[in-house]
Design a protein around this ligand. Structure first.
Ligand SMILES: *[C@@H]1O[C@H](CO)[C@@H](O)[C@H](O)[C@H]1NC(C)=O
Ligand SMILES: *[C@@H]1O[C@H](CO)[C@@H](O)[C@H](O)[C@H]1NC(C)=O
Length: 421
């Protein structure tokens, strides 16, 4: 927290010189530049979000939000803030080195969601999920494999932020085996309410707002508002569509009966369409003509985990042993909660409800013994060592300069592909 400013100043130039880029000044591809500029606006936004958040909240605010040890979230928010501002600087210098100029003049107003730490943390979770979705959804637009690899090395770090924020918000650390890709227009449906003052050359989908307040259980009907859904539209002609990571298609429900299904855990992208044809998760072929509004992100936290309980209360909840079950139906749905995180329209009412969702899940409490803790740590170290050994025995080319470890380690990985339609 206290070291961040000077640390950025020290490290950023090193990273700029280490950023993998072509030495030849090949003519920069316009699509690549657009992706870089778009990604940079998102990094500016993320950076502004964390800087406003860390500037506003004091340790006592984290105590109020229910954190037993406030240093746990504060250290993570500080580390994430540093990453985002570094990403912004790197992208800006890359855009400039390719002969273009970053999008400037953007202003980011998060005052509507910086009402308390719980709402801030819930919004941070949206921000990171949108960041991951944005890099995933833009990957196919990048033509230069060097830039694509560099962008992927940012994406992996955004995914790490996402995990930390899942934990801090009381959700599953790694709720789904796949993330959800979002097109640039879909990203802006979520991000644009926070951005003014700059011209982004991407059309934004209409923003979709969930109007339910507070914590609702699976079975609850979600309600929405959007400027694109006015009284001239017959709501019975609309569908709500819920996209989950890894599912080939969205779940289609009637707009007027958009009921949260059981069996969901983690982030859900929710769209409103004027067709009941399911949206493909495959962002390249996704048929977006029927898209009326959205997506908006909701987090359906039905499987509490020891790790998030530990991060928030300082002790692990024994009731969450069911978290290792793959069957969601084994979880008592009366204790399951849906944190409806609608960043654009959070109000003080939402905020108090979100707070109760954050701190209200644990029932019985088991303290992790030092022996348990060290067993967890040594097992984590053992797998980290194994991973390092695997990476270093791979025939990676000798590193010249600072090659990003994340990129090198990918050499031996297997890539799972999404199920085909
Ligand atoms: C959805 O709406 C259609 C017609 O508007 C209706 O026939 C159908 O029963 C509805 N489905 C559900 C699950 O409510
Ligand atoms: C569905 O919505 C899209 C986007 O608003 C619109 O362009 C299209 O005409 C609509 N289709 C129907 C059948 O209403």
């Amino acid at each position: 927290m206290r070291f961040s400013a000077s640390f950025v100043a020290l490290v950023a130039p090193l990273l700029v010189s280490g950023f993998p880029m072509r030495r030849q000044a090949a003519p920069a591809n316009a699509a690549d530049l657009l992706v870089l500029k778009f990604a940079d606006v998102l990094e500016q936004m993320e950076s502004a979000f964390y800087s406003q958040a860390l500037g506003k909240f004091q340790e006592t605010d984290f105590v109020t939000a229910g954190f037993a040890d406030v240093e746990v979230p504060i250290q993570q928010f500080t580390a994430i803030a540093l990453d985002e501002s570094t990403h912004d600087q790197i992208l800006q210098s890359t855009i400039q080195s390719l002969g273009d100029v970053p999008i400037s003049g953007c202003q980011f107003d998060f005052s509507s969601v910086l009402v308390d730490v719980a709402t801030m943390a819930a919004t941070a979770r949206v921000v990171e999920n949108v960041g991951v979705g944005a890099y995933l959804g833009a990957a196919h637009l990048v033509t230069d494999p060097v830039l694509l690899t560099a962008a992927a090395s940012i994406l992996t770090v955004e995914a790490r932020h996402q995990t930390i924020l899942n934990i801090i918000n009381g959700g599953s650390a790694i709720p789904q085996a796949f993330d959800i890709a979002l097109s640039p227009s879909e990203v802006l449906a979520i991000a644009s309410p926070f951005i003014t003052g700059c011209e982004i050359p991407v059309a934004a989908n209409p923003t979709l707002t969930i109007t339910n307040t507070g914590t609702v259980a699976p079975g609850t009907s979600l309600t929405f508002s959007s400027t694109a859904i006015d009284s001239s539209i017959d709501p019975s002609t609309l569908s709500c569509q819920m996209m989950l990571g890894g599912a080939p298609f969205a779940i289609v429900l009637n707009y007027t009966a958009c009921v949260v299904p059981s069996g969901i855990n983690g982030p859900v992208a929710i769209y409103v369409t004027n067709s009941s044809q399911p949206l493909e998760s495959n962002i390249i072929d996704q048929e977006t003509n029927s898209l009326v509004a959205g997506p908006t992100m909701a987090f359906i936290d039905t499987i509490p985990e020891d790790l998030s309980s530990l991060a928030r209360t300082g002790s692990a909840s024994s009731s969450s042993s069911s978290s290792s079950d793959s069957s969601v139906s084994s979880v008592d749905s009366s204790s399951a909660s849906v944190t409806v995180t609608d960043s654009a329209a959070a109000t003080a009412t939402d905020a108090s409800a979100v707070t109760s969702a954050v701190i209200g899940t644990s029932t019985s409490v088991t303290t992790l013994t030092p022996q348990d803790a060290s067993a967890v740590i040594s097992s984590a170290l053992a797998s980290a060592t194994a991973a390092n050994n695997a990476a270093s025995s791979a025939s990676a080319p000798a590193a010249t300069g600072s090659v990003m470890p994340a990129v090198m380690a990918m050499g031996t990985g297997t890539i799972a592909s999404l199920p085909q339609a």
